[in-house]
Ligand binder design. Sequence first.
Ligand SMILES: Nc1ncnc2c1ncn2[C@@H]1O[C@H](COP(=O)(O)OP(=O)(O)OP(=O)(O)O)[C@@H](O)[C@H]1O
Ligand SMILES: [Mg+2]
Length: 327
Amino acid sequence: MISIRELRKVYPTPTGDVVALDGVDIDVPTGRVAGVLGRSGAGKSTLLRCVSLLDRPTSGSVLVDGADLSGLSGADLLAARRRIGNVFQRFNLLDSRTVAGNVALPLELAGEPRSRRAARVDELLELVGLSDKKSSYPAQLSGGQQQRVGVARALAARPDLLLCDEATSALDPETTRSVLALLRRVNEELGVTIVLITHEMDVVTTVCDTAAILEKGTVAASGPVAELAATPGTMLSDGLFPQLGAADVAGDGRAVLDVSFLGDAADRPLLSEAIRATDGDVTILAGGVETVRGSRVGRLRVAVDTTAVSEATKVLRTGGARVEAVA
Ligand SMILES: Nc1ncnc2c1ncn2[C@@H]1O[C@H](COP(=O)(O)OP(=O)(O)OP(=O)(O)O)[C@@H](O)[C@H]1O
Ligand SMILES: [Mg+2]
């Protein structure tokens, strides 16, 4: 388990202090894929740099299985860094080295003998599907292929933790999907814990088990991805159901309810139950159902006669839905 506790990072600048992280708490269970979702400037890269030990937090701690990494220095810090692989948005490959040379770099730095390096590089290129590009140079590869090299290099020293900063932001949607599938495979087959930071909602709903939504240096919401998707007001839910994030609510004198449901509740005929209980007095104004990490998540906006609101609310809540009056 990685536990980020009360993490603060303040950058002093000539024009005053910039508070990039303002008390961040996030738990990432071992062996899972966790997302950190946030808009530009929310503090995502700062958070990842503090976790990867490339930067020091102003205060707070990063605990891995209970051991505090933020206080390490010297040889202990280097050893801890070796347990962490980094994948970058712009790949950061060395242009003068071949694919194999790039993947071998962390092994050279760790002092692995040449014979073991060669075998490990072959294994990694096989894993990322680039065995045939071994002797190519980065400039001869597509963006998606370069990022696969980036993933292979990050895994070379057999890290327990892989940190990805906008790893797919420079890629088109289809290539993004294939790189995300590779990361998922790395997680499932090698058991590597992955923290993925992104401003793209799709990345989180496709590959992450849990997510934290970062806003202005604080965690606005966190939890299993399907639960966040079913929670109105979160960036994930409002982004997934944009028609329900809209402010204009036309009730025409009737009450308007926002109904959200997840998993078992999504499979029940909740709406027919509500319609029966209110003698047919439920009108759907907007809504949608999505499958998020294997769970069905739905959000509906319905209009109900004011006299039927309490009965409809009761029936829907009894069925496991969350109900909020919006007008
Ligand atoms: N070295 C620095 N010195 C001063 N301020 C910084 C520094 N690094 C980051 N910041 C500020 O900290 C805040 C968070 O930056 P950060 O790069 O973590 O955001 P981000 O969420 O990664 O954004 P993006 O999606 O654009 O990459 C921003 O206001 C940024 O200007
Ligand atoms: Mg960033």
